[in-house]
Design a protein. Structure first.
Length: 386
């Protein structure tokens, strides 16, 4: 599950985050975006539109065409094992490296932890599009909140316009947005797009991907608007509904704490003394409350963990836990809160919300705003941790 690679993105820059309010101003010419490639996986890796290169398989395993049920209908899809995927190379002449819309209809068998969806740096960089515990996540810049179910087909759209504004959608709904001033979402000089396979590295510091299937990949030569994304065909039926009737109220708690020290999950880092030491160092150096950019905070935390691994004071497997806890935090997200929602059956789950008012209980359950900044330890059985 470790995400910070040697020689990867964490050495080269400080990742930025700028959350936009409302609709981003259009950064493309008046002419609408044009569909330039449409890979339908009907027994072939060729596009049915234009003349872009065929996709090619990635990874040590074998991809295969099989019949599957997509949006209630049987169709042929490309199934890939873990550590596999597909790539498009070269992208030259297909889409601009810094302005596009990418539409992917797919399912992943596993959505816990980091699971790679899209890579712009030819397998040489950690930053890119993932599912993180089921939510759409662009490491190291922005995250969504809606949870994607494993094994369920979803349509993910990522757009980048001429002003470097990146927007991510799941089934037509905007999930994340940021200004990509650092170029994390720019296709690099290798002119290669990689889907589903994680970046190249040495086990166990890689492998953040999942087995799954892809039903369709489309490429546009410019960013789509929110209305155009919502109008795209083959969007799966949403798997969640909005509950408007509640039987309980939300408990709003103060998010001020005397310590921001996060307790790493024992399942991911059982070496408690080493974990406590590295988290104390992160607490001292990375300034959760003072951070103004979430990506910069995550980079700082992972940098501390990486240094501890190199020094031999932190087991390598704990580095992934550090990154996950930092990414699933409110650090560098002013106004955001951890939200602990408990169902009527007593199951408690944590999520990050933009404001306390958005921390709402499920039907028949309860909700409370956490006292701690990370979902790794904000919640306890039945509610919020003290």
């Amino acid at each position: 599950m470790v995400h910070a690679r040697d020689g990867g993105a964490l050495v080269r820059k400080s990742c930025g985050l700028m959350l936009a309010v409302g609709v981003l101003a259009a950064g493309r010419p008046a002419a609408p975006a044009t569909l330039v490639a449409d890979y339908g996986f009907q027994g072939t890796l060729a596009s049915s539109v234009g003349s872009p290169p065929d996709l090619t398989g990635l990874g040590p395993g074998t991809n295969s065409f099989v019949a599957d049920t997509v949006d209630g209908e049987s169709r042929t899809v490309l199934v890939f094992p873990q550590d596999n995927g597909v790539s498009l190379s070269p992208t030259t002449g297909v889409i601009p490296n810094d302005r596009f819309a990418i539409v992917i209809l797919f399912r992943l068998d596993t959505v816990t932890g980091y699971r790679r969806v899209l890579d712009f740096k030819n397998g040489q960089d950690d930053c890119g599009l993932y599912l993180l515990d089921g939510t759409l996540h662009f490491f190291c810049d922005s995250s969504g909140t809606s949870v994607i179910t494993p094994g369920t087909y979803v349509q993910v759209v990522l757009t980048r316009d001429g002003s470097a504004n990146v927007v991510g959608y799941v089934d037509g709904t905007q999930e994340l947005t940021f200004n990509d001033s650092l170029g994390d979402g720019v296709i690099d000089a290798n002119n290669t797009l990689r889907f589903f396979r994680d970046n190249e590295c040495v086990v166990p510091t890689c492998g953040e991907d999942s087995a799954g299937a892809v039903a369709r990949i489309r490429l546009y030569d410019d960013a789509l608007t929110a209305a155009e994304v919502a109008a795209l065909d083959r969007t799966p039926t949403p798997t969640t509904t909005t509950v408007t009737i509640r039987t309980t109220t939300t408990t709003i708690a103060s998010t001020t704490t005397t310590t921001l020290l996060t307790t790493l999950p024992l399942a991911l880092c059982p070496e408690t003394a080493a974990a406590a030491a590295v988290q104390a160092a992160i607490d001292a150096r990375c300034d959760c409350l003072g951070a103004t950019r979430h990506g910069a905070y995550v980079r700082c935390a992972v940098g501390v963990a990486k240094a501890a691994v190199k020094a031999g004071t932190l087991p390598r497997r704990c580095k992934g836990a550090v990154k996950s806890c930092a990414a699933r935090s409110t650090c560098g997200k002013p106004g955001f809160v951890t939200c602990c929602r408990t169902t009527a059956t007593g199951a408690t789950k944590c999520s990050i919300k933009r404001a306390p008012a958005q921390c709402k209980p499920p039907r028949g359950g309860t909700a409370c705003v956490g006292h701690r900044p990370s979902c790794c330890d904000a919640c306890a059985t039945g509610g919020c941790a003290p």
